[in-house]
Design a protein around this ligand. Structure first.
Ligand code: AMP
Length: 336
């Protein structure tokens, strides 16, 4: 594999953090931006060297744009908007190197495969109910294609679930009926370095969601509310939780090594609820950088435990790429 000189990504999600980190590590940087967003990214030309303008992110699969990226010796860094805007089929067609293991994106994209991988990791997950009749406790209902909590709803029992499904005219084959876990949400930001064979915890956050996080302002009972992510709030964990958090991270990495070799590469996130008995139950994962890491563009209380310098997840990605170039091991961090 030829050397990497440029770190590139799509202008969205955590692009600013990624590119700032890449610049700190001495790379050239490039962003692929929608015309309408251009002015945001132009403001940061002290760390963004090049901008490729598109009208639709899917243009990135066009030959001329790919050639531009290949000529710049670019590596693309995937983030939350990557799969959402490009689609898994387009990602498979991209010739430009992509940081990480593309197969993990495939598993992440499919809601059922995603839950399967968590189960294979042998970490605690919410019970799944295959049919309405099986429901014996409160449930949260998700859609196989929904993004960022949009459209989720809660039902206290099978009867209420059936009523809501009829009211909303939903197709039950598209629903994931999951046990509702009582507790507090927590999102753990990990980084697995195949070069150092080390799992790092780089931070944690809570998602700020409308309307569920605002209902305490309204003194009446509400039956239906939304879980649309609007921001992120920083979190440090009770230290006694760390053992479980590292254990879960390690189990997840082991499962990815076994079922989609060579396994997880770089950042991933386990999305969980911590119960009052301090048991952690994981309901989702993201196999790439999450937007909650934007909180720690200057490092987090956890990244300081590994690095005596500000280390965002974006910068950590660039550091791994730099190390891979020095060790002549790019094949360990860029896997088709
Ligand atoms: P997600 O889009 O999957 O990250 O989740 C959106 C929201 O639903 C978050 O507030 C989660 O905390 C909540 N949530 C998802 N799954 C569960 C669950 N099994 N039990 C309780 N809350 C959940």
């Amino acid at each position: 594999m030829s050397e990497i000189e440029t770190i590139a990504t799509l202008a969205s999600h955590s692009a600013l953090q990624i590119l700032k980190g890449a610049k700190q590590e001495g790379f050239r940087t490039l962003v692929v931006s929608l015309r309408k967003r251009l002015r945001v990214y132009q403001r940061f030309n002290h760390f963004i060297d090049d901008i490729i303008i598109v009208n639709d992110f899917r243009e990135i699969v066009d030959k001329d744009i790919q050639n531009k990226l290949l000529n710049k010796k670019a590596v693309l860094i995937p983030h939350g908007s990557f799969v959402e805007y490009l689609g898994i089929e387009n990602i498979k067609r991209i010739e430009v190197p992509i940081f990480g293991n593309r197969e993990l994106m495939v598993w992440e994209y499919d809601a059922l495969k995603k839950l399967e991988l968590l189960e294979k990791s042998c970490i605690k997950t919410p019970k799944l109910f295959k049919s309405i009749n099986e429901v014996t406790k409160p449930v949260i209902v998700k859609f196989t294609g929904a993004k960022g909590g949009r459209g989720y709803f809660i039902a206290r029992n099978a009867e209420e679930l059936l009523r809501k499904i009829i009211e909303k005219q939903l197709d039950t084959s598209q629903l994931i009926i999951q046990e509702y876990i009582f507790g507090t949400p927590m999102y753990f930001h990990y980084f697995y370095s195949p070069l150092l064979n080390r799992l790092e915890l780089l931070g944690a956050d809570i998602r700020y969601e409308s309307e569920v996080d605002g209902i305490r302002r309204y003194p009446y009972q509400i039956e239906n509310y939304t879980f649309t992510v609007v921001g992120n709030i920083p979190l440090v964990l009770r230290e006694s939780l760390l053992e479980q958090v590292f254990d879960y991270g390690e189990k997840f990495v082991e499962a990815t090594k076994k079922y989609l070799p060579p396994g997880a590469i770089g950042p991933f996130c386990l999305e969980a609820i911590c119960k009052s008995n301090l048991d952690i139950v994981v309901f989702e994962f993201s196999g790439r950088i999450v937007a909650g890491t934007n909180l720690y563009i200057d490092g987090s209380p956890y990244s300081w435990l590994y690095f005596d310098e500000p280390m965002s997840t974006g910068r950590r990605i660039a550091r791994e790429i730099k190390m891979a170039i020095e060790m002549d091991s790019l094949n360990k961090i860029i896997v088709r």
